[in-house]
Design a protein around this ligand. Structure first.
Ligand code: NAD
Length: 322
């Protein structure tokens, strides 16, 4: 069983929400080198401010789509493991569907080409529950059909097919991890690509009504970001995950109207809500079956939603981000 300790690791999208927590945990677990490649489309230097203090951490402001760029970084840094976290957030699908789709496919293509040539040994590829589309049964296991409803999700599903089929045909050392909805500190709070939790808290803080799209019965399985990071590292360390797609979630889903109420209660807001129409392509239900993660990885989420939402909102408030 390989240990992440002592390994030279590259994280694409390492200055983003989940990627930056992954970089911190890789350093904490004793990785010898943690190389972050981020083009700062949505990444932030503040997210990696702690990591940057470590001499084991190095940042490249580069585009992970480009073969030559990635080849030279992987060779120069003697990379053994790549965690592919780079993407452009789902909402970008509504402004630029082509790029929202293609970025996922192009980065996967580059990383597969490099893995095929032996430039590094192991790829931990990050998918998304959005690849499934709305639940046809619940909880959703990894055999659930993929029926993406946005170009972002289609790009994730297409990249997954590519990565999965290459791992079989070329016998490459690859695991695919499929997280459900993440929340926690450092999720983007700015602009049209911001997450629902910081957006809602920010509106309340600014004296605006929280917005509910649709009737609020749509559900999501919210997993705390540090639990996802734990699952990603377990996927590397458990070789029986190679060639597999593995869900990471909690197995519990929450309706959006209940999520909004929890945030309102925490912020002491008793006012009205702004009810808007259903969003184009919003999936109606996402809830993970995490039996495979338990069996293959020994994965168990440790953060309760009550504790996690408190830690998240406190972080935004203490950092003056909302
Ligand atoms: N956040 C969630 O709820 C969630 C759920 C399921 C899966 N995921 C997946 O987890 C991964 C990380 O998501 P996140 O929420 O941290 O997103 P994020 O947007 O916070 O981070 C993605 C990072 O990738 C960078 N990036 C974008 N294009 C790039 C490029 N061409 N080259 C280099 N860097 C590039 C961005 O600047 C950003 O820092 C993604 O693969 C995403 O699909 C996220």
């Amino acid at each position: 069983m390989p240990s992440i300790a002592g390994k030279k690791v590259l994280v694409t999208g390492g200055a983003g929400f989940i990627g930056s927590h992954l970089c911190d945990e890789l350093l904490a677990k004793g990785a010898e080198r943690v190389v972050c490649v981020d083009n700062f489309f949505l990444g932030k230097l503040e997210n990696i401010s702690e990591a940057l203090k470590s001499e084991k951490f190095v940042l490249y402001r580069d585009d992970a789509r480009h073969f030559g760029v990635m080849q030279s970084i992987i060779e120069k840094e003697h990379i053994e493991v790549v965690f592919n976290m780079a993407t452009i957030a789902l909402n970008y699908s509504f402004f630029n569907p082509f790029d929202a789709y293609m970025v996922n496919v192009e980065i996967a293509n580059t990383l597969l080409e490099l893995l095929k040539t032996g430039a590094y040994k192991t790829l931990i590829h990050t998918s998304s529950s959005e690849a499934y589309g709305s639940a046809q049964y619940s909880p959703m296991d990894e055999n659930h059909p993929t029926d993406p409803t946005t170009p972002y999700a289609a790009g994730k599903a297409a990249a997954d097919l590519m990565v999965h089929s290459f791992s079989k045909v070329l016998d490459l050392d690859i695991s695919i991890v499929r997280p459900f909805n993440n929340y926690g500190p450092r999720q983007n709070a700015e602009g049209p690509l911001a997450g629902i939790i910081p957006v809602t808290a920010k509106r309340i803080k600014n004296g605006e009504k929280p917005v509910l799209n649709g009737d609020g019965s749509q559900t999501r399985d919210f997993i705390f970001v540090k639990d996802t990071v734990k699952g990603l590292i377990l996927a590397y360390e458990n070789e029986n995950s190679r060639g597999e797609i593995i869900n990471l979630g909690t197995g519990q889903d929450i309706a959006m109207k209940d999520l909004l109420q929890i945030i309102c209660d925490y912020m002491g807001y008793k006012g009205e809500w702004d009810y808007r129409g259903e969003r184009t392509s919003d999936v109606s239900k996402l809830c993970a079956n995490i039996g495979k993660a338990r069996e293959k990885l020994g994965f168990e989420p440790s953060m309760s939603f009550d504790e996690g939402i408190k830690e998240t909102l406190d972080w935004y408030i203490n950092n003056n981000l909302i």
